[in-house]
Write a protein that binds this ligand. Structure first.
Ligand SMILES: *Cc1c(COP(=O)(O)O)cnc(C)c1O
Length: 476
């Protein structure tokens, strides 16, 4: 036994406590419908006070397990609940429990070297690559989420136009990027972070819900005339507000004609690739992207965090990140073998195993079932849309395209009062535990918004929630 004592003294006693914890955790997911979000009723400073004397000396997990059950499990964000449709949040899968246990036991560091977890990540990346239709020569890396994947992709895009960027820093002509109105803030943030600057992100207007290419061409021409270097076109597969999709084929044509890197933000919408039509066809053309950012923790339902950055050209991917100082030298064999290393594909050196969550979901449920759940979510959003349209007072903010339904509860009111009513309904239903809608602004009006990335939602949930919305709207 090591002197630190930082292992349980009695593994069997620990095992019994671990079983108790697992039971409580599984009960919570199995009974997800009984656990809506609730505001924290206690002072968090007291609730989560660090009491490191509790088991000092004995290293007994009893007090830890009690506090996890009583203080951690009850106070959650509610996104495993079947009527949670706020923002775009995933619902979590039972396979995550099993993947997490294996991950903890192995405690793999996937920065590199020669071990099984890296091989698994490569296989899962290759699976995702093929589903997106990228060529076999493409590469990828698991990351926290689409926000980080976007930074990686844009860095590679910059390298394409400035070969010595890593050494020299950005210099010369100002770089400009283009995205349709409604692009997620992750694009702006990545450009800020990389020193391109958000002033150099052009917001291309929409025409009937999709990028106006005549306007794009004008903007590019003006920027070139002013001495700037257009380098990046960002397409959206599933906009965060309304679930709209750019015409990715047309974007790929434009990127080719203008010599731009095409990046697709497919945070949730990329997974329409494994859904049924008409939803699958929303992502036609995604296979022509230079890079794709997507999440598994949203519309692939696995637990947080789990995102992926895919790049069409592995050489360009490595050119942006590969670096091996002497202490990371690889070897022909032994643990320092196992090329390529993921630290050469992104920012992180030390990395946990995120791919195992996807691998476990595919092993336990299979791609077809996940695809069906995605199609089902779109059908439920369409059902919600239909209820809105059939209701005399309600009105859609935009026709339902994928899994997002945005609407106002009372179209008869002046805009300002509509905004107040919709915001009030969202809060009231969150607090009553009946349903979680979030809000967004469409045409200056705050509207209710359901983004269904939830495999637990059933038709009855939609009907019940919409009854609750109508009831709150009548209350005024
Ligand atoms: C959620 C989201 C992002 C950001 O992704 P994270 O995984 O939260 O970092 C980017 N784009 C879209 C369209 C999103 O929905």
């Amino acid at each position: 036994m090591a002197q630190s004592g930082l292992d349980p003294k009695d593994w069997d006693a620990f095992r019994a406590k671990a079983h108790e914890m697992l039971d409580a955790a599984v009960d919570q997911m199995a009974g997800a419908a009984d656990h809506p979000w609730q505001p924290l009723s206690e002072d968090p400073a007291k609730l989560y006070a660090i009491r490191d004397e509790a088991s000092s000396g004995t290293f007994d997990p009893t007090s830890l397990v009690r506090r996890l059950r009583e203080e951690v499990l009850p106070h959650h964000g509610g996104n495993i609940h079947p009527r949670f449709w706020g923002w775009v949040q995933g619902s979590g899968l039972a396979s995550d429990f099993l993947a997490a246990m294996a991950s903890v036991a192995v405690n793999a560091n996937l920065g590199g070297r020669n071990h099984g977890a890296n091989e698994m990540e490569r296989i899962v990346i290759d699976w995702a690559r093929s589903r997106m239709g990228l060529p076999e020569t493409a590469s990828g890396v698991f990351v926290t989420g689409t926000s980080q994947a976007t930074v990686l992709a844009f860095q590679a895009a910059r390298l394409r136009v400035q070969k010595n960027l890593r050494k020299e820093g950005q210099k010369g002509q100002a770089l400009t990027a283009y995205a349709a109105e409604g692009v997620h803030n992750a694009t702006k943030k990545a450009l800020e972070l990389l020193g391109v600057g958000s002033d150099h992100l052009r917001s291309v207007p929409l025409r009937s819900g999709q990028m106006d290419f005549a306007a794009l061409r004008d903007m590019i021409r003006q920027d070139r005339a002013a001495g700037a270097l257009p380098f990046l076109l960002v397409g959206t597969a599933g906009s965060v507000d309304l679930g709209l999709f750019d015409n990715l084929d047309a974007l790929a044509d434009a990127a080719q004609a203008e010599n731009l890197w095409l990046h697709v933000d497919g945070a949730f919408g990329a997974w329409t690739r494994i859904a049924d039509n008409p939803y699958r066809s929303l992502t036609n053309g995604i296979e022509r992207a230079d890079s794709i950012a997507l999440d598994f923790h949203k519309w692939f339902y696995v637990s947080y965090d789990c995102g992926l950055c895919l790049m069409r050209n592995e050489e360009e991917h490595r050119a942006a990140f590969a670096a091996r100082p002497y202490y990371l030298e690889g070897a022909e064999s032994g643990l320092a073998g196992g090329e390529p290393w993921f630290c050469d594909y992104g920012i992180d050196l030390s990395r946990g195993n995120r791919a195992i969550k996807v691998w476990a979901a595919l092993e336990m449920f299979g791609e077809e079932a996940i695809g069906k759940a995605i199609t089902g979510n779109c059908q439920l959003a369409a059902l919600m849309g239909q209820i809105v349209e059939e209701h005399p007072e309600m009105s859609l903010a935009h026709p339902v395209v994928s899994n997002i339904c945005a609407f106002t509860a009372d179209k008869g009111l002046p805009s300002e009062e509509q905004s107040e009513l919709n915001a009030r309904i969202a809060t009231a239903l969150q607090e009553s535990g009946e349903a979680v809608f979030s809000t967004t602004k469409v045409g200056g009006v705050t509207v209710l918004r359901a983004a269904i990335a939830n495999h637990r939602t059933q038709e009855a949930d939609i009907h019940e929630a919409m009854k609750a919305v109508a009831r709150e709207a009548r209350r005024g």
